[in-house]
Design a protein around this ligand. Structure first.
Ligand SMILES: NC(=O)C1=CN([C@@H]2O[C@H](COP(=O)(O)OP(=O)(O)OC[C@H]3O[C@@H](n4cnc5c(N)ncnc54)[C@H](O)[C@@H]3O)[C@@H](O)[C@H]2O)C=CC1
Ligand SMILES: NCC(=O)COP(=O)(O)O
Length: 331
């Protein structure tokens, strides 16, 4: 398999094209693995003044990468106005994602880095997934319960167990099976993609003070502790259920490799507070490597030249490292 990454543009009206272009600018100083973009070339031209070369085949990307950003074109995204998403742009984002995933699955690339999409825009053009994570899992034939959304920064890694659902739906969505499946995907993913084997997993409680012996909620005793018992019986290194308010300070973080949290914001608030600029979203449990910046489309700053490429650069690096670790892990 060639050491080449495909990067889907994300929403053409968001900051995806700008941060991909800026990452190409930084390719030499950052020592980045060669990559090509998948998207509408005009979306890149609208926000970035660097050189672009449209390629007909990913095989042209290696040579092109030295002198221009290679762009594998998808359907026309209409008139691109940065900061103003529309349905043509959403269709373009979806096709870029589909093509990028297909190329990674075919082994044409060593992985996909996804640019940020707007979930609500994609849903307007028939995308029936909560996010790219679940779409990619299904495209790879993996059940969505058997992948884990890892957000990783230099000093913290987190996995939300429930993800893109309303807060009121969280207690009913939690189950022993879901926690066990996410933890297995997280543990194997840490070994396969990072070489951390065996990883130390910390599992958060749901309620204040992890339920305080049932006086503030029963999910810890009814669901989380039984899941932990199963995981320990399988040989995983697991602590918990931990009170979420005291598991993210520096001394607590030193006691685990990844924190499994019961809902989206329990996981994403600490990681974005610590590492908004350079955390990476990686899907664990897939046959392909998939990473993404931790942030969204940032329509409010699109086209203004203000977008930081740091998280995209970290996502490109992490994808390449994961590919290397997998060569060792898989033999
Ligand atoms: N992986 C993905 O595709 C993700 C997509 N989203 C989508 O993004 C859309 C907007 O979500 P928001 O909650 O507003 O989050 P956001 O991350 O797009 O923006 C939050 C704030 O951070 C700023 N920001 C984000 N990235 C930045 C960067 N690279 N440089 C400088 N400033 C940056 C924005 O300007 C904004 O003020 C939503 O539709 C959501 O679905 C959100 C998170 C991840
Ligand atoms: N909040 C994280 C996020 O939105 C990531 O979504 P996706 O990678 O599944 O598209």
């Amino acid at each position: 398999m060639t050491r080449l990454l495909g990067i889907s543009s994300g929403d053409p009206a968001g900051i995806g094209p700008e941060i991909i272009g800026k990452s190409w600018d930084a390719r030499a100083i950052e020592g980045l693995t060669p990559f090509f973009a998948v998207g509408d070339p005009r979306a890149f031209e609208a926000v970035w003044s660097g050189p672009i070369r449209v390629i007909a085949d990913p095989g042209e990307a290696h040579e092109t990468f030295e002198t221009a950003l290679p762009v594998l074109p998808v359907i026309d995204s209409g008139t691109v106005v940065p900061g103003e998403p529309d349905l043509d742009g959403a269709r373009c984002a979806l096709q870029a994602l589909e093509m990028g995933v297909g190329l990674a699955r075919a082994g044409t690339t060593c992985g996909i880095v996804t640019g940020p999409i707007s979930k609500i825009q994609l849903q307007k053009v028939g995308f029936h997934f909560p996010g790219q994570t679940e779409f990619i899992a299904e495209a790879c034939g993996v059940g969505r319960q058997n992948v884990a959304m890892l957000l990783a920064g230099p000093d913290l890694r987190v996995v939300p167990i429930t993800v893109h659902i309303g807060l009121a739906e969280v207690p009913a969505a939690l189950s022993v099976d879901l926690i066990v499946n996410r933890a297995r995907a997280a543990a194997k993913g840490m070994a396969r993609n990072f070489g951390i084997d065996p990883p130390r997993l910390a599992i958060a409680g749901l309620n204040p003070h992890a339920g305080e012996q049932g006086s503030m909620g029963s999910e810890e005793a009814d669901i989380i502790q039984p899941a932990i018992d199963i995981l320990r019986a399988e040989g995983f290194l697991v602590s918990g259920p931990l009170p979420a308010d005291t598991m993210f300070h520096a001394a607590a973080r030193a006691r685990y490799d990844v924190a499994l949290c019961q809902y989206h914001d329990q996981a994403l608030i600490p990681i974005k507070a610590l590492h908004f600029d350079d955390a990476v979203n990686m899907t664990l449990g897939l046959p392909i490597v998939r990473t993404s910046p931790d942030h969204g489309t940032a329509f409010d700053i699109a086209g203004k030249g203000l977008a930081s490429p740091r998280s995209m650069i970290a996502a490109i690096r992490m994808a390449a490292h994961a590919f290397d670790h997998r060569q060792t892990y898989d033999g």
